[in-house]
Design a protein around this ligand. Sequence first.
Ligand code: FPP
Length: 260
Amino acid sequence: MWKKLFNRPQSNLRNTINTNHINKDAMPKHIAIIMDGNGRWAKKQGLPRTFGHQAGAETLRTIVKLCSQLGVQVLTAYAFSTENWKRPDEEVNFLMRLLSDYLDNEIDELNENQVRIRFIGNVSELADQLQQKIIHAQTVTNDNSGLILNLAVNYGGRLEITKAVQQISDKVRCGEIDSSVITEEIISQHLYTTGLPDPDILIRPGGDYRISNFLLWQLAYTELWFTDICWPDFKAEHLMQAIQNYQQRDRRFGGLKHTK
Ligand code: FPP
């Protein structure tokens, strides 16, 4: 089992994750990550882009483990967008294989550590075999009580909202919902993320400062944290920096500054 980081004595030994600057009572409940910069990381080293994605999958393993150890409730990672189909077939196929391998290789360890896997996105467009693995992963981890690992695959924020509008319109048409009582909550309930808290912090490595069609509705009051570090170079220390920075923000949600 992975050890909980806050439950062990602090130490400054090399390779030990230092949680001294993190307030364990003010942890973000939900961390969202755009895992960007894989291609540029590979290119810088004269390697094909796929090597960057492979290294990015390793980073994801590290960050999942760390979030679980820190007691984060939800980690949403953007693995494949509805726009990523525009990439060359070789790269798309590689990403799909990486996801498939991830599910094959990680499921036991994730299960053992109480991680619950969920998927957001239009997974019905993925290959049948991959869909079977996704269903299996969700089913076997469904009763776990630890970190929810929410993988965004074939995900687009605009598509998600469009689908919600279609579903709600259908319900209005058959009299299940009255259009005058469509609330923000009803819309949230028709998104892929239904039942999950909105992200507290969005982390985007790779040096770009945009949202890229990710969680458009859910990010309304999310704190944004950007770094130039490419995702394959993103380490535990960077997650700690992001959390520490998040804990210094004054979240007002449109209200007034919190006065002490
Ligand atoms: C963006 O970097 C990254 C992606 C489109 C894919 C992210 C996927 C992984 C990290 C693989 C791991 C996922 C799982 C679930 C195993 P980019 O290729 O756009 O980088 P660039 O901006 O430098 O070109």
